[in-house]
Ligand binder design. Structure first.
Ligand SMILES: C[S@@+](CC[C@H](N)C(=O)[O-])C[C@H]1O[C@@H](n2cnc3c(N)ncnc32)[C@H](O)[C@@H]1O
Length: 300
């Protein structure tokens, strides 16, 4: 089985506008598809540092060459690892957010609602908090907020209330426990569409994905060279909104911040007016690419 099929591969590597002797960072190594193509464009003076928080991605690494290093860390710490190597600024940074196919298909990791496995969902298996902990230990209001903010679930209060009610008689451990509760709540078989929203919301909370993304994006400002490229692929609207505002307006709000003199605080210019999305052919070949959006910023 293939570890992962890279999404928007040529478009994202073109977006990095690679200089053969430059230094680049791939923040989400996964199966290494994007890293491989970056390395093909570098000469022996060029360097690539890749990161992944998941030890399975590190163990699976198919690349071995002198100008490449793979680091097992959350990407929000990328600057510390580079500093340790005496590197302060790089020519390009790529992040292909979310989960790899390996993580989704490996049912024991608990990311998928298919099959009956423990509700885990940790990308880094060393962190303590799992999906099971959230579903059983978070209070009703916190559950409601997660479902609403990260899953865009409209009746989040009602769902949270019911999860809290049902878990008092039986701990929610596996997919089947959760689905049993949802079937009772709706009085019919819960839809896959709802399950994917619910699982997305819980996964984002387990992995603290929004805070990691924000921290990482803020750090790119100080660690990209002038004209360095920031290339981000996102898969859902919560991530994309942050990436869009960051690249277009240099902060996480829909408008620029102003300095003391009323001047716009601007760090990036966007390279494409609209995000790039996969072609019809790519989606047909790889349906998991369907929600991808690629945004490219250039440091100014
Ligand atoms: C969509 S996959 C990347 C696929 C990769 N571009 C390829 O072509 O194979 C996302 C990867 O990023 C990793 N990841 C997600 N969030 C991360 C974070 N905050 N820090 C480091 N790695 C992260 C996941 O473990 C996963 O392996």
């Amino acid at each position: 089985m293939k570890y992962h099929v890279p999404v928007l591969l040529n478009e994202s590597i073109k977006g990095l506008s690679i200089k053969p002797e430059g230094t680049y960072v791939d923040l989400t190594f996964g199966g290494g598809g994007h890293s491989k193509l970056i390395l093909e464009k570098l000469n022996s003076k060029g360097k690539l540092f890749s990161f992944d928080t998941d030890t399975d991605a590190i163990k699976n690494n198919p690349i071995s060459q002198d100008n490449f290093e793979l680091i097992n860390s959350n990407f929000k710490f990328f600057d510390l690892y580079l500093k340790n190597k005496g590197i302060y600024e790089v020519d390009g940074i790529l992040a292909d957010l979310g989960m790899s196919s390996y993580q989704i298909d490996n049912s024991e990791r608990g990311f998928s609602y298919k099959g009956d496995y423990m509700l885990d969902m940790r990308m880094n298996s060393e962190i303590d908090l799992s999906a099971e902990d959230i579903l059983n230990d978070y209070d009703q209001k916190d559950l409601q907020n997660i479902l609403f903010n990260y899953g865009d679930i409209k009746n989040s209060r009602f769902i949270a209330e019911n999860i809290v009610y049902f878990r008092s008689s039986k701990r929610i451990k596996k997919n089947s426990d959760l689905i049993e509760i949802l079937n009772k709540i709706f009085d019919k078989k819960v839809s896959f569409k709802f399950l994917s929203k619910l699982y997305q919301a819980i996964r984002i909370e387990v992995n603290d994905e929004i805070n990691s993304l924000k921290e990482m994006l803020k750090k790119t400002i100080n660690h990209l060279k002038n004209k360095g490229r920031l290339v981000i692929i996102s898969y859902h609207s919560i991530e994309d909104r942050l990436v869009k505002n960051f690249i277009n307006k240099s902060n996480f709000l829909p408008d620029y911040e102003k300095d003391l003199y009323g001047k716009k605080v601007e760090f990036f210019k966007r390279v494409n007016k609209k995000p790039l999305t996969p072609t019809f052919e790519e989606v047909k070949e790889n349906p998991r690419s369907r929600s991808a959006k690629l945004r490219i910023g250039e440091k100014i």
